[in-house]
Design a protein around this ligand. Structure first.
Ligand code: WT7
Length: 651
């Protein structure tokens, strides 16, 4: 194929990866397929275990209704011994966490020896605050090293952490605290981002008002701002953590014990808490991080995500630390103080592997090349992307301008549910194609299905499923296994349904086409249309709301809200403003509607289901391609919508 980009020489040079080309990839993939247990037990040996597991997968998709499948069930470990202790022994002076604060050049370098002491102190402090194995702690923090330390300290106690992204509102935070029954919340006085303060403690206080389940709130001091204080509940980090002993005996955990819960959006108004395990998850995060990026001992690895999302868990904290890497944590934004910030960071820290999201690449490309070229990027070797499909133009810019043609681009497809990367190039081995996530990693068996569940062979386009479990897969939804089964296994029994559409070309390369369900992906943030809708219909003047995504040049998807007002109500600027405020309060600042349209009614089937397909077409401005509308309960409604669109949207 003419648009295939060979692996640049710089990427292959010095690689000791066992997978050097597509023949190696094929061999590894077939080996994993023929003996998955043997393959994954071998990968599991990369971790430090108290007792090595003797079994791989038990159960599977066929029996998932009866209960979760397991990996390595007889293994015993504490993940922090793999992520911290063994490196503190072997490479104590190597930088584990390289922190770049919000202000350019505000840097902290935390070695593995220091990290070990910090994690142990924090674990001791958390134990004194009463946190026990199996109990849940919510983390509501910004991008400070202490967020990673707190995650690891929970893991050291066998407690289950759930990190809530610092942009979520008090209500969203409270929902998550309640859903997982958290005993403890860890937060900070304020976050810093793009020169501004984020009131993390104040939001925590609002979220916990009237909540009695949370016994203690541990507060890390980041800015020194004055914050509210609840006596007997709130505790300063610098008082209890810094004073604690740097020695701590890790709690032994079963491989299948939960390591963390991470909430993500689905097709209902209620977020679901995906449960990831100690042994399987860490094996998978470690393996994929090593193989995809071709990690080397002297790499300076930078993933520009937030620990509030799965990317931050797997590829800032757990994968890199399990591999003894130097992992960069970045507190700021790509545009602060200007659009050169990422490349300034690359230059000053000599970053070799750089991993970000397409939305950031598009936003930066729009600012012009000067911001990039004025910085030395010669240290870079591998450039990663994640979170949404990357359009070929943005891919080209990343490859040509940022990487100057010397770096491989690894477009990594995966999900909160998958724990780690499933489909992606292997840096030294896989020729790339702009816009394609390329090939499945060893141990991963993607399949394309038609809507009737028939498997499509050869080049085709269909619904992306995975045929067999892998160790990093989420085992259940916290407190609601039935929802886990219904969401992922009901549509195509015996397979995991990803919710994504995908095209597979003649060479077996995968091109993800985006979500086929009611999940939005806005600037790499996953949000459910139902979450928007339930917030909007809570507003008195609004009778009905339907939210759909539409293509947006920078954000990937924009949010289009269709509103039906109550009898006698009229649209006004004030009402639309109230919609935005309501969304900010109910969900968070990242939940904003880009376009509103008031209409007399929504297109529905005879059974009353809103036909989003039609609303999506209309939102894209393709009202002339509506296709079959014969199943509509009221065909008139479409012409009424069309005339409303041409009229006033009151925006
Ligand atoms: C959804 C998962 C994976 C960590 C960040 C997002 C989309 C993710 C890609 C990619 C095309 C992608 C999918 C997926 N997605 N990576 N490389 N190419 N689409 O995790 O919030 O769970 O969202 O993000 O639609 O289903 P998430």
């Amino acid at each position: 194929m003419s648009d295939t980009v060979p692996v640049p020489a710089r990427v292959r040079e010095g690689s000791v990866s066992p997978i050097q080309d597509l023949n190696d990839w094929r061999r590894a993939w077939l080996q994993a397929r023929n003996d998955p247990d043997g393959f994954w037990l071998e990968q599991a040996r990369a971790l430090r275990w108290r007792r090595l597991p003797s079994e791989g997968l038990v159960g599977g998709y066929d029996t998932v209704r009866e209960g979760p499948f397991s990996w390595f069930h007889d293994g015993i470990l504490n993940v922090t011994e793999s992520c911290v202790d063994r490196h503190a022994e072997a490479t104590p002076d190597k930088v584990a966490i390289l922190w770049e604060g919000d202000a350019p050049g505000e840097v902290r370098r935390i070695t593995y020896a220091e990290l070990s002491a910090m994690v142990n102190r924090c674990a001791n402090a958390l134990a004194r605050l009463g946190l026990k194995k199996g109990e849940r702690a919510i983390l509501y923090m910004g991008m400070v090293p202490e967020a990673a330390v707190a995650m690891l300290a929970c893991a050291r106690l066998g407690a289950v952490h759930s990190v809530v992204f610092g942009g979520f509102s008090a209500e969203a935070l409270r929902d998550r605290v309640r859903d997982c029954g958290a005993e403890l919340v860890i937060t900070q006085d304020e976050g810093r981002r793009g020169g501004r303060s984020v009131p993390l403690k104040a939001v925590t206080d609002a979220a916990l008002e009237g909540e009695h389940g949370v016994k203690k709130v541990l507060v890390f001091r980041r800015t020194g701002a004055k914050v509210g204080w609840t006596a007997h509940r709130d505790v300063w980090w610098h008082e209890v953590v810094d004073a604690a002993s740097p020695e701590h005996e890790a709690v032994a955990c079963g491989a299948e014990d939960p390591l963390f819960i991470l909430y993500t959006s689905g097709s209902t108004g209620r977020p679901k808490g995906l449960v990831h395990t100690c042994g399987g998850y860490l094996t998978y995060a470690s393996y994929t991080h090593r193989v995809v990026f071709d990690l080397r001992p002297d790499d300076v690895y930078a993933c520009l995500a937030d620990v509030g999302w799965i990317t931050g868990h797997s590829y800032i904290v757990y994968g890199p630390l399990a591999n003894g890497a130097t992992t960069l944590m970045f507190e700021s934004t790509p545009l602060y103080p200007d659009a050169g910030r990422y490349w300034d960071v690359v230059e000053r820290h000599k970053v070799t592997i750089f991993y970000t999201a397409p939305t950031a690449i598009r936003a930066l490309a729009a600012q012009g090349d000067d911001f990039v070229t004025r910085h030395d990027r010669s240290s870079l070797r591998v450039l990663g992307t994640v979170g949404e499909p990357i359009n070929p133009d943005a891919w080209r810019w990343y490859f040509d301008v940022v990487g100057e043609g010397r770096c491989n681009i690894v477009d990594t497809w995966w999900q909160t549910e998958t724990g780690g990367i499933l489909i992606a190039p292997i840096a030294p081995a896989t020729p790339t194609r702009p816009g394609s996530a390329t090939l499945p990693l060893p141990g991963v068996r993607p399949q394309l299905l038609d809507p009737d569940g028939r498997e499509l062979r050869g080049p085709s386009q269909g619904l992306l499923c995975i045929a067999e479990p892998w160790p990093g897969q989420a085992r259940t939804v916290w407190g609601d296994h039935a929802r886990y089964v219904a969401t992922y296994y009901a549509m195509f029994p015996g397979r995991y349904f990803t919710g994504d559409g995908c095209l597979r070309d003649a060479d077996g390369y995968h091109w993800i086409t985006g979500r086929v369900d009611d999940v939005l992906n806005v600037s790499g943030h996953r949000m459910g249309t139902a979450e928007f809708e339930s917030a909007l219909v809570g507003i008195e003047e609004i009778a009905e709301a339907a939210v759909v995504g539409y293509p947006h040049p920078v954000k990937g998807q924009g949010v289009f809200a269709w509103l039906v007002l109550q009898e006698g109500e009229e649209c006004s600027q004030a009402l639309l403003q109230r919609c935005q405020t309501t969304l900010r309060v109910r969900i968070g600042a990242h939940a904003r509607v880009d376009r509103f349209q008031v209409v007399p009614g929504l297109p529905k089937t005879r059974s009353g289901k809103v036909m989003r397909r039609i609303l999506r077409k209309l939102a894209e401005g393709r009202g002339d391609e509506l296709g079959d509308v014969s199943t509509l309960a009221d065909a008139e409604v479409v012409s009424a919508i069309l005339s409303a669109i041409s009229g006033d949207s009151c925006e």
